[in-house]
Design a protein around this ligand. Structure first.
Ligand code: HMG
Ligand code: MG
Length: 303
């Protein structure tokens, strides 16, 4: 039987203000984004991905990321990070005084071409000066590997393809990896197969899992990574919004509240405040034109 006291405390990276919003088609006003990030800062989460310094032609919703960083109230003890695809993005990120950047590539060529308009090898070369400069500026550096299980264009992705990208990113000196199930198609079996080989290569503390929930597998996948492999880092999105514009059919990220509930119900130490998470998503929901997909968000509070 699993002894929960031997399992690590889950660490959440809140991606609702980036992954959550990037696929929403109605433009969300700046003040709402800022209020959302400020409300997330009060939930107990220690890291918030608050925007992306990408082309606003490619992802219009992220166009106001600089202004988001300019206007948020930075809470002590919380790190505020952003996606950065290239040197132009790093310039903006430095100006915006982010605490941490996240470069992003993929384990499948076709997705990478659609997403960032270059091959995997070209993306690594683009990241080389970005990572070096970010480190010089004492910023944390995360690297996303999208399509680590399935690609919307190429289908199943072999773990060997993921490991090849991991090796190149580790050689660049990134601090951590976020392993993306971009289209939310993986199941616990896939997670076991990948983690068996990945964790022979890199320290478990440097691994974050980024599960989208298209097929309803995200919580099961996260519990597998945590309970069987002692992975402690997880990306999640308050309310369960999310999806990549270049990953057709992708569902939202696993909802922060659903994942926090799952860990707490499995005797994991969870310090997030559920009422404050609800307060944060309630600020956003009226501007979306649809309900939040999370399970907990749909529960009617007891009178
Ligand atoms: P490109 O067209 O190859 O770039 O785009 P370029 O260098 O040829 O420049 C073309 C234009 O873009 C120029 O402007 C540049 O200034 C501008 P123009 O002269 O035409 O007016 N540009 C930029 N503008 C703002 N910020 C920048 C920047 N760089 C160039 N950093 C690029 C390449 C990567 C920029 C583009 O393809 C892009 O922005 N793609 C967006 C990708 C994206 O954000 N995808 C969603 C996030 S990834 C994701 O969701 C997956 C994840 O959640 C994990 C998972 O689930 O698996 C992380
Ligand atoms: Mg994602």
């Amino acid at each position: 039987m699993i002894d929960p006291t031997t399992l690590p405390e889950p660490r959440f990276v809140e991606v609702g203000a980036r992954d959550g919003l990037q696929n929403e088609h109605v433009p969300i006003p700046l003040e709402v984004k800022v209020a959302f990030v400020d409300a997330l800062s009060e939930t107990g989460v220690r890291e918030i991905e608050a925007g992306a310094f990408v082309s606003s032609k490619a992802v219009p919703q992220m166009g106001g990321s600089f202004e988001v960083f300019e206007n948020i109230r930075r809470k002590e003890g919380v790190k505020y990070s952003a996606l950065v695809p290239n040197e132009e993005g790093l310039e903006r990120a430095l100006e915006a005084e982010v605490d941490k950047i996240a470069v992003f590539t993929a384990a499948s060529e076709t997705f990478n071409q659609h997403n960032i308009n270059c091959s995997i090898a070209q993306s690594i070369e683009r990241f080389r000066p970005v990572v070096a400069r970010a480190k010089k500026a004492r910023l944390g550096v995360r690297a996303y590997i999208s399509t680590a299980f399935y690609c919307p264009y190429e289908g199943h992705v072999k773990p060997s393809a993921v490991l090849a990208v991991v090796d190149r990113l580790v050689a660049l000196g990134v601090d951590e990896l976020s392993i993306g199930d971009t289209i939310g198609r993986a199941a616990p079996f896939d997670v076991r197969v990948l983690l068996e080989s990945l964790l022979r290569r890199v320290r478990v503390e440097t691994v974050y899992m980024h599960f989208h929930d298209t097929y309803g597998m995200a919580v099961a996948n996260a519990l597998t990574a945590w309970g069987e492999y002692k992975v402690s880092g997880f990306d999640s999105s308050a309310g369960g919004l999310g999806g990549c514009p270049y990953a057709p059919g992708a569902g939202g990220n696993v909802a922060t509240e659903d994942l926090a509930f799952a860990f707490a119900a499995s005797h994991g130490r969870v310090t997030l405040d559920f009422a404050k998470l609800k307060a944060a998503t309630s600020l956003l929901e009226p501007h979306l034109g649809h309900a939040m997909p999370s399970h907990l968000g749909k529960l009617v509070p007891k009178a």
